[in-house]
Design a protein around this ligand. Structure first.
Ligand SMILES: [Ca+2]
Ligand SMILES: [Ca+2]
Ligand SMILES: [Ca+2]
Length: 319
């Protein structure tokens, strides 16, 4: 284990699996600690396990760079060449541990949420969307080409604000591709236009899932399965509700209750009941009976989910 930052204390880490060479899986580790009450150290490492020994393939250190990390690491093939890259909210690494791009020159700093997906199917490749925490420039949210970090649009406001949450999903079929939203209104990502002119009417930017079998995404917000209806837009606290999970024994999935929900599975929502949660075990599972058309990948077949979470029991080969 690299000891570069050991004098500053233990490093907390998050892990994922990536096919960095397009062939064999590597363990990718995000490792971070703090220099007293000051700056943070950040290091990425990649590891290969051959069945007997664990070998460190490379390490990347941020040093004094301004590349911003967030609360999620995305391991995803950004350029479609079959080899995974590693993305943070403000930069991306190539699979060999070199810096691919940084969004620092675009003014991106730390934020709590970002998403990478084919937000605009008419534009080749993947796009990214992120939100900002206390950006001194007033930047609230931004949308960019995920392959090379090309900034496509930004929204700024007066003063400094902690946006906190942001979400990307196709919830309005009138506009091609996905919508993105935080607290500045509901936008179609591709066009950078409000899909709902009243910016006080939008879902809460939390989590998404497919539940009722149609082409657009449903929403999972604080234990409620909700659906955005563009024809009857509502404020975030009164969206039409499909299901309240607490009626089935799950605890209310507020922020402090994580990991009550690990959702975004296909038409399945899982939660831990209050009683079982207190025992620290068992999951409850609630599945939709709505027919699914067209068929979609299950959670364990979705590359981004699989590469950024634990392997399901019994998984073999490339996944
Ligand atoms: Ca790639
Ligand atoms: Ca695209
Ligand atoms: Ca849409």
């Amino acid at each position: 284990m690299p000891t570069d930052y050991r004098p500053d204390g233990p490093m907390y880490a998050r892990f994922g699996v990536g096919h960095l060479d397009g062939v064999a899986p590597s363990l990718v580790a995000f490792m971070k600690n703090r220099i007293g009450d000051g700056d943070f150290n950040l290091m990425f490492t990649a590891w290969r396990f051959d069945g007997a020994a664990l070998t460190n393939q490379w390490k990347w250190k941020r040093g004094n760079g301004t590349m911003a990390d967030g609360h999620n690491t995305r391991i995803v093939d950004l350029d479609g060449d079959g080899k995974d890259e590693i993305a943070e909210i403000g930069f991306a690494l190539n699979g060999d541990g070199t810096l691919r791009y940084s969004l620092a020159d675009e003014g991106v700093v730390h934020g709590d949420r970002f998403h990478i997906a084919d937000l605009d199917p008419s534009r080749p490749g993947l796009e990214g969307y992120g939100v900002q925490q206390d950006n001194p420039s007033g930047l609230r949210e931004y949308y960019y080409g995920a392959k090379d970090g090309t900034m496509l649009w930004q929204h700024a406001g007066d003063g400094v604000a902690d946006v906190g949450r942001g979400m990307a999903a196709d919830i309005d079929p009138r506009f091609p591709g996905m919508e993105v939203w935080s607290f500045s209104g509901l936008y179609n990502a591709r066009s950078n236009r409000l899909t709902e002119p009243d910016t006080s009417l939008a879902p809460w930017p939390q989590l998404g899932l497919w539940w009722d079998g149609d082409l657009t995404r449903e929403l999972l917000n604080d234990g409620k399965l909700e659906k955005w209806d563009p024809a009857e837009p509502k404020p975030s606290n009164s969206l039409p509700r499909l299901l309240s999970t607490w009626n089935y024994g799950a605890v209310n999935a507020s922020q402090g209750q994580n990991p009550t929900f690990v959702g975004d599975m296909r038409r399945v929502s899982s939660g831990v009941s209050g009683r079982e949660r207190s025992r620290g075990r068992r999951c409850g599972c609630r599945a939709s009976r709505a027919p699914s058309f067209p068929p979609r990948r299950t959670r364990v077949a979705e590359p981004c989910v699989r590469r950024c979470g634990p392997a399901p029991r019994g998984a073999r080969g490339r996944w």
